[in-house]
Design a protein around this ligand. Structure first.
Ligand code: SF4
Length: 474
């Protein structure tokens, strides 16, 4: 079974969301952080004259790649190998983890420094490394907070977004052995810098994800804001990269589009402070050995569906999370998956297998805010509806099937509709509060718990019309 984080074992979204909504501190942290990022994004997008043209270019490049994914991946492999890199192919998460563990073991090493990568969270690489006696050290500040706090990411770009400064101070104080640590941003970043610097200089194996793979040259591109990535990508003797197969783009010139779209959408910056590009190895400059693991883990299955294929266009900017009214209330953990928010709601069920995450496509109001901000124009609402259809076709819940059958019968003739209205008016009496029905029992409780349900009126429109024709309407 393909696993995407812990989604297989996660509770239904509605249950987990209920718990998240009860956590006032979490909601405050998530609301504050998403509002800050949205505000910054809006400013830098507004100053771009050709934003919509850029979005369309990004969409077209990614759609083109997906139509020719096989040939672009082969071109990437050929060019990366020619530049001195070693290319590995992994069908699933376990296969990818095995390759990475074997490479590290072949060098007799027991530690690895890591740059932020959602893909390694998807494969649960850290658990696999620890199981093999290898210590992974996260070096991105947010990932370090997650790792030291034994936590899981709640956001694609800002994984510790659900934590505030006081909570982070407490984690650092305990895990770094700094009882007198101050609570100012400077205190926290200084502590992290000192903690990490020793690892950057000592650990000889580096690990990264990839934002883009360039087929034309076999190069890998990683963008980041803290400089920890540059350290991990240049200082170690051995570098290993794990990348989903959808990360490939045709040529270096395509970066012109994506390096404008991604930072503006992700962090509200015009450009990422650190943009690292390398192809294979260069004697005397950077790592002496470079491996890249190309991961499928369900992606070719997504590719085979012509409607939801565009999910693979995602460049993991998280703009859809920050815009989503559901995510902004619940945060990311309610999704029970490494990928949260609107992109998680469509990506996880497809990678994981629909049977393991049937509640996620319903974790949306279909308002379309995600589609509006997506830099590569993924039509998330349309894909959500498509996935809901697949769930229903796979066997809707008994209550829903009975409800639909009842509705089909009621609407099959005026006589049946009248009978259904009479029965409904009788049955609704104990639950009626004014014009509304409150707290329906059994299968109907899920509806009235979260939505208004108007009561059936004493007189239907048809009855009113008939009375009017008889001259008795009021
Ligand atoms: S779906 Fe679009 S907005 Fe959401 S993370 Fe992917 S690229 Fe960004």
């Amino acid at each position: 079974m393909i696993r995407v984080g812990n989604a297989a074992a996660a509770p239904e979204f509605a249950v987990a969301a209920d718990q998240a909504l009860a956590n006032v501190q979490l909601r405050r942290n998530v609301r504050h952080a998403t509002e800050v990022i949205r505000g910054k994004r809006a400013l830098v997008v507004a100053e771009s004259d050709d934003w919509q043209a850029l979005r369309e270019s990004g969409r077209q490049i990614k759609a083109h790649v997906l139509r020719h994914l096989d040939s672009y991946l082969e071109a990437f492999e050929e060019n990366c190998t020619r530049a001195g890199g070693h290319v590995h192919w992994a069908a699933d998460a376990d296969g990818a983890n095995r390759i990475i563990v074997d490479i590290i073991r072949s060098h007799g090493e027991q530690e690895v420094i890591k740059v932020k990568t959602m893909t390694s969270d998807e494969t649960r690489l850290n658990a696999a490394l620890e199981g093999a006696g290898i210590a992974p050290h996260e070096t991105d500040l947010a990932d370090l907070i997650i790792q030291l706090g034994n936590d899981t990411p709640s956001h694609i770009v800002v994984p510790a977004l659900h934590r505030n400064r006081a909570e982070i101070r407490e984690i650092f104080r305990q895990k770094m052995g700094l009882p007198d640590l101050g609570g100012e941003p400077h205190d926290l970043t200084t502590a992290a810098r000192q903690y990490l610097r020793e690892k950057f200089l000592r650990v000889p194996v580096g690990f990264s994800g990839a934002n883009f793979l360039i087929a034309e040259t076999g190069a890998v591109c990683v963008v980041e804001s803290e400089g920890n990535g540059r350290m991990c990508l240049t200082l170690p003797r051995v570098l290993i990269t794990l990348a989903g197969i959808e990360k490939v783009i045709p040529a270096l010139r395509d970066l012109e589009v994506f390096l404008q779209l991604l930072p503006r959408s992700a962090t509200g910056e015009r450009m990422n402070p650190y943009n690292t590009l390398w192809a294979g190895t260069t004697p005397g400059d950077g790592p002496e050995e470079f491996h890249i693991v190309l991961l499928d883990n369900g992606r070719t299955r997504v590719l085979a569906d012509p409607v939801s294929r565009e999910t693979l266009q995602c460049i993991r900017c998280a703009a859809c999370l920050n815009a989503c009214p559901v995510y902004r209330q619940t945060g990311g953990h309610a999704y029970g998956s490494i990928y949260s928010g609107p992109i998680g709601a469509i990506l996880t069920p497809q990678l994981q297998g629909m049977q393991h995450s049937t509640s996620l496509p319903y974790a949306s109001s279909l308002c379309g805010a995600c589609y509006e901000v997506c830099p590569v124009k993924i039509n998330i609402p349309e894909i959500l509806i498509h996935l809901r259809r697949r769930i229903v076709e796979g066997g809707a819940p008994l209550g829903e099937r009975m409800g639909m059958k009842g509705a089909a019968l009621a609407f099959s003739s005026p006589a049946w509709l009248r009978r259904a209205q009479m029965i409904g008016r009788f049955l609704q009496r104990p639950f009626r509060k004014g014009d509304q029905l409150a707290h329906l029992p059994g299968l109907f409780a899920a509806w009235t718990r979260t939505r208004d349900l108007p009561a059936l009126p004493a007189q239907s429109f048809r009855d009113w019309w008939a009375a009017r024709e008889r001259g008795g309407a009021s």
